[in-house]
Design a protein around this ligand. Structure first.
Ligand SMILES: NC(=O)c1ccc[n+]([C@@H]2O[C@H](COP(=O)([O-])OP(=O)(O)OC[C@H]3O[C@@H](n4cnc5c(N)ncnc54)[C@H](OP(=O)(O)O)[C@@H]3O)[C@@H](O)[C@H]2O)c1
Length: 297
């Protein structure tokens, strides 16, 4: 794995589970890791956890309730007041909720966190990602190739989505009876579609965007609210977060992954994106819907 000395990276969902494992791995590689937590206290706790494993970790807290657009805008502005460049953005925060909840922006919580936060935070940080792509890491190391030095990365944790489709008439799961099986799988497809759209829009800028299927990740807090057999199966058969983090870390750091964009990966291997995951019109429709919901032109 290439050294990340001199790079600035941001990881959402770094307070626990997969996000924290990715943040720890990036800290181990020498990156300055901006640890995004729901609150400052949550980010501070996460930094203590990471330092227990990587005592020399370079870490900075960033508080953000990702389900609330004003909080995402404030956090992005705070980051940009501290840094003008971002080498890697890992979007790992996510929820899985038994009951339907509505955010202050009037959005269903799962959609707001799992989709809108990815869209909005990434959009707000594109300038810093592009700046890092142009300038490269501050202290270059011998084992980073020229191509990798000039590539910034967006890594979106997503999932295989099976036959799931997005219902554009009901993105907020407001019609009919809410269930997490109706609300959550489409958000994984949406993450893949947004990744593809970012990749297309960023062609030629030196910024690549890829999505990751981490497989089942055991003993995280994701399924706490849902419980039941689904949680039991995940904890029985899932991989520990440290292991599941491998592909995200590879996409974030390796020279090989510097040249790939717009793909879904598992175990460092490209996965097909069947069904709506290959539907360019659905991708554009989702992008337009997210832009509208974020109040962007
Ligand atoms: N576990 C799996 O089997 C699995 C499979 C496929 C994909 N994934 C994806 O992997 C990612 C990580 O999941 P995980 O299993 O590691 O679960 P996790 O431990 O619950 O991690 C999710 C993280 O997101 C944060 N988060 C949620 N809502 C937030 C908000 N509004 N503002 C700020 N932070 C927020 C949580 O912070 P708090 O602790 O403060 O709530 C938590 O740190 C998720 O995106 C999930 O969809 C997981």
């Amino acid at each position: 794995m290439a050294s990340m000395d001199g790079t600035v990276v941001m990881v959402t969902g770094a307070a626990s589970g997969l996000g924290q494992a990715v943040a720890t791995g990036l800290a181990r590689e020498g990156a300055l890791v901006v640890v995004v937590g729901r609150t400052t206290a949550r980010a501070d706790e996460a930094m203590k956890d990471i330092r227990r494993l990587v005592p020399a970790a370079l870490l900075e807290p960033l508080a953000c309730d990702l389900s609330v657009q004003s909080s995402v805008r404030t956090a992005a502005a705070e980051f940009l007041s501290r840094h003008d460049r971002l080498d890697v953005l890992v979007n790992a925060a996510g929820v899985f909720r038994k009951e339907r909840q509505v955010t202050p922006d009037g959005l269903e919580l799962t959609f707001a966190t799992n989709v809108m936060a990815y869209f909005l935070l990434t959009s707000l940080l594109l300038g810093a990602l592009q700046k890092a792509a142009v300038t490269g890491p501050e202290s270059r190391t011998a084992d980073r190739s020229a191509a990798a030095q000039r590539t910034s990365r967006i890594v979106n944790i997503a999932s295989k989505y099976g036959n799931t489709r997005l219902n554009f008439d009901d993105l907020q799961t407001a019609k009919g009876r809410y269930s997490y099986l109706r609300s959550t799988p489409p958000t994984m497809l949406a993450r893949v579609l947004l990744t593809q759209e970012f990749a297309e829009r960023l062609q030629g800028t030196g910024v690549v965007a890829n999505a990751v299927h981490p497989g089942l990740v055991k003993n995280t807090s994701l399924l706490q609210d849902v419980g039941g057999p689904f949680r039991w199966v995940t904890n029985a058969f899932g991989a520990p977060a440290e292991k599941a983090a491998d592909t995200a870390l590879w996409l974030a750091t390796s020279t090989e992954a510097a040249a790939v964009s717009g793909k879904l990966w598992a175990k460092r291997t490209e996965l097909p994106t069947p069904g709506m995951g290959s539907d360019a019109e659905a991708r554009k429709r989702l992008w337009d819907a997210c832009s509208r919901l974020a109040g962007q032109p």
